[in-house]
Write a protein that binds this ligand. Structure first.
Ligand SMILES: NC(=O)c1ccc[n+]([C@@H]2O[C@H](COP(=O)([O-])OP(=O)(O)OC[C@H]3O[C@@H](n4cnc5c(N)ncnc54)[C@H](O)[C@@H]3O)[C@@H](O)[C@H]2O)c1
Length: 326
């Protein structure tokens, strides 16, 4: 059983902590969070003895561990990851990799100079809907994807650090969808044009809504619309997706996957893949396997910096109003 120090037990960290209570391959030996109320809320849910600290450095001094799980606001990711790597601990961290692309590239260089595994948990890749679409694409059921649409529409009031971000949709949410696209298409973005905006009623101070046109390698065109201060019919967190190829189309609507053969108007619903573990534990499984077998995890920092690059291309394109070449 691997031992972890979990850093950050706020909104998402608490649910990570709960998930890990039943995980077979790793256990949380200590938690780190400067906010005592959050620490106490987590400790109440612990089914074993867990130590607590207000700083990662202190936990590293006192606790034997194999890896650090970082579930803190993005501004803290780079420093926390470096502290862990310096102490020869592997790192699993929440998206986005870092707060800026510059920090992400610097952390990649730092990681490359060390032996530790660093992986970002892009858990959406492990959602059954996304795995099902990936399997269909791998079977070439629609042939080569030539274009697609992605649509996300929610109204979520988090409060806290998200309200302060300049490009909150692109940095905190669209990065999931961009990573899904990279995963499904197995291609990188080449050119990006984008516009982001803030509707008058937005509770986010930054831009919660955006349109992004992405040209991927091999001339694959994706049109992305994301709204986090949206009105009207809401989409699930995965959003809605249509991928179109010579032999048909695949659609993700209301978290159900449909296949349209050729020019057919009527779809066939595709049964979703099943798994014994929830998405985040599948992601953690991949990380644990990479540690055990000394392999590169699927959403390693090397891979993930490309999702951050795509996000940054969209941010820069939106800011400048110009086409961004990746
Ligand atoms: N993958 C997903 O679906 C998903 C969903 C939600 C959040 N997230 C990610 O999880 C991370 C945390 O988000 P959240 O919603 O839980 O935020 P949050 O604000 O609810 O919680 C963050 C916690 O980190 C603590 N913290 C801050 N700085 C710290 C430090 N230096 N050391 C230790 N603890 C520190 C805070 O006190 C707080 O308890 C973010 O990167 C976010 O993008 C991912």
């Amino acid at each position: 059983m691997l031992k972890a120090i979990q850093v950050g037990v706020g909104g998402f960290g608490l649910s990570w902590f709960e998930l890990l209570q039943s995980y077979q391959q790793a256990e949380v030996a200590a938690i780190v969070d400067p906010l005592e109320t959050n620490v106490q809320a987590a400790l109440k849910r612990a089914n074993r003895n867990v130590l607590s600290f207000d700083r990662l450095a202190k936990a590293i001094e006192k606790v034997e561990a194999d890896f650090v799980l970082i579930v803190t606001p993005p501004t803290t990711h780079a420093d926390l990851a470096k502290t862990a790597i310096k102490a020869k601990l592997h790192v699993m961290m929440e998206k986005p990799l870092t707060d800026t692309l510059e920090e992400g590239k610097a952390l990649l260089a730092f990681t490359n100079a060390h032996a530790q595994k660093v992986m970002v948990s892009q858990n959406y890749r492990y959602h059954p809907q996304i795995q099902t679409i990936k399997a269909l694409l791998d079977q070439q059921v629609i042939g080569k994807v030539e274009y697609g649409d992605y649509y996300f529409n929610r109204a979520t009031r988090f409060g806290g650090w998200r309200d302060e971000y300049a490009d909150i949709l692109l940095q905190d949410m669209a990065i999931h969808h961009f990573d899904i696209l990279r995963f499904l298409l197995e291609k990188e973005a080449v050119e990006v044009t984008a516009a982001s905006f803030r509707p008058s009623w937005s509770w986010f101070k930054g831009m919660p809504n955006a349109h992004v046109d992405i040209l991927f390698e091999d001339e694959v065109r994706i049109s992305y619309t994301g709204r986090w201060a949206g009105k009207g019919r809401k989409t699930p967190w995965n959003g809605e997706l249509r991928l179109v190829g010579e032999k048909g189309a695949i659609e993700l609507v209301d978290d159900r996957v449909y296949m349209y053969k050729g020019e057919a108007d009527e779809p066939t619903e595709i049964q979703l893949q099943t798994s014994l573990l929830p998405d985040r534990l599948l992601s953690l499984d991949a990380f644990v396997a990479a540690i055990r077998h000394d392999t590169v995890p699927p959403t390693s920092i090397e891979d993930n910096v490309k999702s951050l690059e795509l996000t940054w291309a969209a941010i820069e394109a939106a800011k400048s109003g110009k086409k961004w070449t990746c």
